[in-house]
Design a protein around this ligand. Sequence first.
Ligand code: AMP
Length: 397
Amino acid sequence: MVNIKDYNFKGKKALIRVDFNVPLNDTMEVTDDTRIRAATPTIQKVLNDGGSVILMSHFGRPKKGPEDKYSLKHILPTVSKLLGREVKFAPNCIDAEAVVAAGTLKEGEVLMLENTRFDPEEEEGDKVYASELALLGNVYINDAFGSAHRAHASTATIAENFTSDNKMFGYLMDAEVSAAEKVLKSAEHPFTAILGGAKVSDKIEMIENLLNIANNIIVGGGMAYTFFKAQGGQIGSSLCEDEKLDLAKELLKKAKKKNVTILLPFDSVVADKFDANANTQISNNMEIPEGWMGLDIGEKAIAAFSEVILNSKTILWNGPMGVFELEKFEKGTKSIALAIAEATGKGAYSLIGGGDSVAAINKFHLADKVSYVSTGGGAMLEFFEGKILPGIAAMKK
Ligand code: AMP
């Protein structure tokens, strides 16, 4: 694999796998163009060098072939606007029309192929299909970190068709992988991982893997209550996964053995219902009254977590500390975000990954006060579970 910044695309047709899986409104307009913006530096580099671009992306989860609501044609105007030039469209990925459109593409031109997931071969990672896609260009760029955990034709298999000097990460993918590797492989200590969100079950493998590299694991959000119940606590009607109680106990034991501190929130803001206008009180997490549920971490937890965060040199944050979408329960998540920003200001390296913590850091306008905010939810999770991501592995072969 080569480095995109050293490559000259003059006269080249670059096949770029991007992640343009953006949200649309009822009238099929793009409501958040972050993902398209994130890929433009890579596209512009090819165009500025004098190359042409063929864009490939999935869009939504079509089940049985083409569906109008999942057509990438809806996002063409946004892509054209952001690139400042007309973007051509091929209504299929590998048929004769696509081959001609790609073959006649001139310097400085951009062609977008239809949703790769309209073809079943995409998700099967089909080799023949991947080789037909590969024939459309003569250099392959993967800039879709958000899809790097999928062994699909356009994200992984296709790379087999390019020699190592004709395939590379795009700028976005490169930044994402560098940020994740910095934390996973060369973290400065103390290293604190902060995990939150609704379910323990989504984060088990991540906790297991982090036990090998982190000094502290802060657990907040809905997932914390399973740990309290596992230790004999009364958690009222807080979220709990009863089938994970043994596993929670096991994780606490493992952490002790490995000398990793798992910090659970001492107290919670508990509510009498899941509602923006619920009645609230503060409760110790081992004794939440019947009929009340923990929806945010309390002041004692905020103070304890902030102190650990401020003394850390590396910080990984995945998942909110409470129901931050509701103002009444946002303080825990906001305070933790502020502590991470302050620690970063003092020289710590902080990586925010996973959909909801990214939404939280944006909500509190702190994205520019942390070291890196990842665009890849599922991919980032699998990376920190210690898995090899097919989209990365395929480029390194
Ligand atoms: P996840 O996708 O697992 O990271 O979960 C994120 C969601 O968990 C957010 O929408 C939060 O509102 C929710 N959440 C966080 N803490 C709690 C809690 N204590 N009770 C219920 N939901 C929570």
